[in-house]
Structures are given as structure tokens and as C-alpha cells.
Design a protein around this ligand. Sequence first.
Ligand code: COA
Length: 179
Amino acid sequence: MAARLLDVPEVDARLPEIITAYRAMYAMAADEGYGYSLELIGYSRRDGFRLAAAFDDDDDRVLGFGLGFTGLAGQIWTDSLAAAMDPGVSNEWLGGHFEFAQFGVVPDMRRRGVATDVYEVLFADLPHDRGILTVIETNVPARTFYEAHGWTTVHRDFYSPSGLGPYRVMGKQLHGAAV
Ligand SMILES: CC(C)(COP(=O)(O)OP(=O)(O)OC[C@H]1O[C@@H](n2cnc3c(N)ncnc32)[C@H](O)[C@@H]1OP(=O)(O)O)[C@@H](O)C(=O)NCCC(=O)NCCS
């Protein structure tokens, strides 16, 4: 098992395996998650898109993946964050940042370093100077992971446009920082 970057044609070709992993990560039923395929295709056409995935030894099962793209004004998530944050904080962090938008590992492969592997490949030589992510406040495994990788809290109690939350917004200066 080793993580690697997938280019956009490979993301398109391997969408079924990625969606299967996504369903497993969030304990969804087999008939759920179709909306996410459209979301992912949309993300993959954005500037700065990058997706890293770890596969099993036969290269046919996605064990975990992470993705992001350049966060810009006009994107609903970035605009919602900007509206919620103090102006000084949003000016410092938002716009041209790497929006770390998805990250997870299938349940039966957790606590074996898969997320660490995916994360290191995703962030290696990233051109962006700042990263931003949002994590549900009660998600201790993910928050612990991010804190261990140098992410700090820049805003709390963020609710998504559809009312999900509360999220913690975390940021990291990327240039020159250890992955
Ligand atoms: C968060 C997640 C991606 C971690 O994946 P993983 O492959 O188990 O992580 P790793 O094995 O690489 O663990 C690296 C570090 O993360 C932290 N961590 C991972 N799982 C943890 C847990 N259950 N509790 C506390 N810390 C945890 C630890 O610091 C761990 O280091 P350690 O094993 O030396 O203690 C995984 O739990 C997951 O997919 N969760 C569901 C999806 C999700 O919530 N994604 C994040 C959305 S913001």
C-alpha cells in the first residue's frame, strides 16, 4: 500500500472506487453518495486541484483519499467562511489558499498510517502558501490528526450553508513548513 497522486483522467476513471471508499468512510448505504460524485467531478475541474489516494496491493480498492484545490472568492464554501469569520482573519487566510476539502480512510484500515501516507503525498511540494480546512467540532480523530500536523484553529462555530456544523476552521502556513 502506497499513496500516490491521481491526475484528472484517472480520477474520472476511478470514480466508482473513490465513491465506494467515500461511502465506507461515512457509513453510507450503497444507494447513497451519488451527489458526492458530481461534487468531486466539480472539484476536479477547479484550479489547483490535487487528489492523493492509497490503494490496496491489487490496486483495485481505495483505502483512503484526500483532495483539495485553490480556494477562491465566488466558491460557495470560501464565501460562506468569509462571511462568518472576522474580516482580519478571513483576509489573512482566505483567497488563493489550498482548500483541503476531503480526507478519510475506510474504517477497517484506520490507525495503520494510511491517512498519514495520503496526507504526505497530497501536501508534498504544494505551491500554495496557506491551507484551510473545516472539521466537525466533535470529530476527535480528525482534529487530533490535524493538530499533530501543525494545523491551528482560526475560527470556531462555523455552520455550512445547508446548516451542518458546528465546524472548526483550521489553517496552516505551508511554505517552508514540515508536511
Ligand atoms: C481521521 C482519519 C482520516 C485518520 O485516518 P487513519 O488512517 O486512522 O490515521 P493514521 O493511522 O495515519 O493516524 C495518524 C494520527 O492521527 C491521529 N488519530 C487517528 N485516529 C485517531 C483516533 N481515533 N483518535 C485520536 N487520534 C487519532 C493520531 O495522532 C494518529 O497518530 P498515532 O496513531 O501515532 O496516535 C480517519 O479516522 C477517518 O477517515 N475518519 C472518518 C472521515 C473523517 O472524519 N475525515 C476527516 C474529515 S475533516
